[in-house]
Design a protein around this ligand. Sequence first.
Ligand code: NI
Length: 176
Amino acid sequence: MSTIDLRYPIGKYEPKPFSNELKAERLADIQFLAGLLERAVENLDEHQLNTPYREGGWTVKQVVHHVADSHMNALSRLKFVLTEENPTIMGYDERAWAQTAEYSQLPINVSLTMIHTIQQKLFVLYSNVKDDEWNRTYIHSHSKKQFDLWYLMGMYAWHGKHHVAHITSLRERMGW
Ligand code: NI
């Protein structure tokens, strides 16, 4: 019996101190996410796309639409943090968002295109963050806790890989 938690195939996000090496790694994660996600869903049929990645979890289709929604928020958060002093950024109910109409009515290609666009913007924006900007802060509306830009970058670099791994590990288990 495997003890691996199917919800966290690459583990949970672990914040780490700033280094240029890690920054380069995270920039690569941001740059290559859309391509990796596209490869992860390649040649899946409608039945496979509608299969939950784990019992009680989101379907592959919902996972892809969720990444688009989540990283749309990531882009908006980044721009607020870059342009305002300690802004409060809005948390959102991702389970409720996953029940909204386009998750079931639009093909994942629509979200994949959006993810390509968002990741290009995130990549250019993060590539241009100056050394003294990494400690710019924001407050999260749900937790009321304060985080900084370096944390935000790491969170979403991790988040993309986290969901790609949901799909690739499902394919491995199913032999797809
Ligand atoms: Ni997520």
